[in-house]
Design a protein around this ligand. Sequence first.
Ligand code: ADP
Length: 426
Amino acid sequence: MNPRLLFWVPALLRLLMLLGLAGLAWSMAGVVAGLSVAVLLLLFQILLQLSYLQQLSNWLDDFNSAKLPDGWGAWTDVFSRLYRLRRDDERSQAELTEWLARFRQAMHLLPDGVAIMDDVLFLEWCNPAAERHLGLTLARDKGMRVTNLVRHPDFIDYIVLGRYEQPLTLSLRDRKLIVQIIPFENRRQILVTHDATESARIEEMRRDFIANASHELRTPLTVIVGFLEIASTTPDLDVASRQAHLKLMTEQGHRMQRLIEDMLTLSRLESVDYPLRPEPVAVKAVIEDVLEEARALSGGQHAISASIEGPDVVGSADELRSAFANLASNAVRYTAPGGAVQLRWRDMPEGPQFSVTDTGIGIDQLHIARLTERFYRVDKSRSRETQGTGLGLAIVKHVLLRHRASLSIHSEPGKGSTFTVMFPKR
Ligand code: ADP
């Protein structure tokens, strides 16, 4: 029904009833009685309406949908509509609060920084990542000009020039940041910051790796090309020299081959397309192979022994063989003839451990943290002399990462080293 009719029909009916009652009193007890009844009924009506008004006013002081008073007559409709409005309002407010909480949480977790500024760069709000990146504290810096908070000349120039379509790379507080300002609404701007320190470091590592690898390949190639030139310009070279040149060229060829094999192994170990396929590994057999290889490399010049007591593990037998063999070959290569190398596989309370102990040249403490970097060598010429590629420990590190194992190195210059591979407890 039309809401107006809904209001007026019962009100008129009530008035008619009131007039009927007054008329009845008039006809039964005379005009004074009729008028008195009419006045009393009217007074009662007015008091009733006033009491509803009072209840409505109380409710408006503390509006809560659950406490809305019940009404009578037209008030029923007014109260029920108010109740519906209030309930809808409460629902949308709850939704809004939930959205706001979700938005706040998302902004909190965002690794990128977001700061909202007005048109004259006064800070209105920022998330924790922006606080970290730019060194801000929202509670302290809110309402301050961002150019007074981030006092980097490149940042000031960026704002002065206003070329916001391009991001700015900023070195700030030992981090590399990519910063961009995005104007939004009419009078606001968002400042977005992205921490690119890690990707810059990876990019630098990639550049270093290419430079190092090219350098490592160029050296043997130069030797080979040199001898080839001698061979072509001196056709009547004596047989002994020719033999010596061929021997050196073959050695350099092998060196390039080892280098390329190690680079391929490393790139395979790092590749996501080459996940570890775990299988039970008979560690005893693996270490026996490694022992045999180490003895062949030593050519009987070292005392090499092995004690194998630990359990079998789950992983890749080939990868573990290559990691253990790298450690054993290093021990042989960096230990003078007459020294000793011991391989050991044992079960410890923290998990099984493979260790290689030698009585070799040892390593100064300052090099130890960097040994697993690609091409890092304590002594470049010694590594080359012993046919090292500089990639052995980097390969070991990657194999261990894939097996959730870790490497610890203890060494004393002049006394020897122990490289220990620690597997997690099963
Ligand atoms: P390389 O092919 O040069 O041996 P690695 O990555 O295997 O490369 O080792 C990196 C460097 O760590 C070596 O160049 C050497 O200086 C040092 N190193 C590794 N193992 C030993 C060891 N057992 N004793 C002394 N120095 C070692």
